[in-house]
Design a protein around this ligand. Sequence first.
Ligand code: FES
Length: 204
Amino acid sequence: MTGSGEVFHINTRKISPVRGPVAMSPAAEKRAQQIIAQYPQSRSAVMPLLYIAQEERGLITQEGVEWVSAKLSIPPVQVWEVATFYTMYYKKPVGTYHVQVCRTLPCALRGAKKISEFLHAKLGLMPGEVSADGLWSFEEVECLGSCGTAPMCQINDVFFENLSEEKLGKLLERIAKERPDLRLSTVRDELGAGLAGAPKSEII
Ligand code: FES
């Protein structure tokens, strides 16, 4: 199952500039200044600032891009170049729990296609779609850097590894019931508590 993940990418030519200066929450503005101060060249902070813009708005918007652009004194197009390259920046709305299934070779050889097909059957979603209740979205992405524990997926900002259909099914049921915080907050500089008892890494 491949192909329709393109809905998570966008044509930036269709986006109009925002009128006037953009401001984020006071906590986000403060954190952005702390991050920028860590770099000899402020433009190097583009990725963490994009995370802040995404955390504040739920996805990457033109408004968020212009905020990053103004903070770093670089053109908005250079911010979009980074945002559109990486799948961890959401260009379209995603569900409360966004499941990214790795489909690159090591995961493919270990059954990633079955994982995608299982998600399609379980959630009724094709890659790139969001469930009607807004709880789930699903996307196929390239290598997430956890090839040694293939097949794997990332749900929000947490890895789930050595997957089988049965294992993922149980994980989804627990997440739907327990609603764990699986997000990384760049503003607070901390990862959510995660799913109780789930290991941070299964590499042994
Ligand atoms: S190929 Fe799937 S994590 Fe690298």
